[in-house]
Design a protein around this ligand. Structure first.
Ligand SMILES: [Zn+2]
Length: 183
């Protein structure tokens, strides 16, 4: 899966779970961001193909790093509210009639803090969902299956269940239709 697809999985998954009705919009944005964190190990693609081949779907696609990054992102979001700050910065570059930050519903006042453990659990849950998506969307069209090692570096056991070939447009179209529907 590519970054836009992982982002849509985060948004749609969080909304399907009703997180926006319980905890308001920053949780949806947070889920969209953390859904992409495992693919940070794909950054060597920009400068070293060999490093990319050995590290992608390994270094950040495992439970150890998922828990560590979820704790870090969850704590910083709880402490500094970086989702809201980034949204406020982005809003400066949009037309004034575009409301990037929707008003909080009366039942969810903006000053009701979301517990730090909740942010961390959202991070862990949606990063684990990322691993599941990668296992299902894999191989096909002459490409070999690309296994995921969720227990690396402790265990080298690899998992893959290639149901959808990599690059298939189907999931993108379905999820995009969902995003347009929500919009
Ligand atoms: Zn991935």
């Amino acid at each position: 899966m590519t970054s836009p697809e992982h982002t849509m999985v985060g948004i749609l998954g969080a909304m399907a779970l009703g997180l926006h009705t319980r905890f308001d919009w920053p949780v949806i944005a947070f889920a969209a961001v953390v859904s992409n964190v495992p693919d940070l190990d794909g950054l060597p693609l920009l400068y070293d193909m060999n490093l990319f081949e050995s590290g992608h779907r390994v270094w950040c696609h495992n439970l150890l790093v998922i828990v560590a990054t979820s704790a870090l992102l969850g704590w910083t979001q709880f402490r500094f509210s970086w989702i809201q700050k980034i949204a406020a910065q982005l809003a400066k570059y949009l037309p004034s009639d575009v409301n990037l930050i929707p008003p909080s519903r009366p039942a969810q006042p903006a000053n009701t803090p979301i517990p730090m453990t909740y942010w961390m659990l959202v991070g862990i849950g949606f990063q684990c969902l990322h691993l599941c998506c990668d296992m299902v969307v894999s191989g096909g069209r002459g490409l070999s299956d690309w296994q995921v090692k969720p227990f690396w570096p402790f265990l080298q056991t690899e998992y893959v269940y290639p149901l959808i070939p990599w690059g298939d447009i189907g999931p993108t179209v379905i999820m995009m239709a969902g995003i347009i529907g929500i919009a």
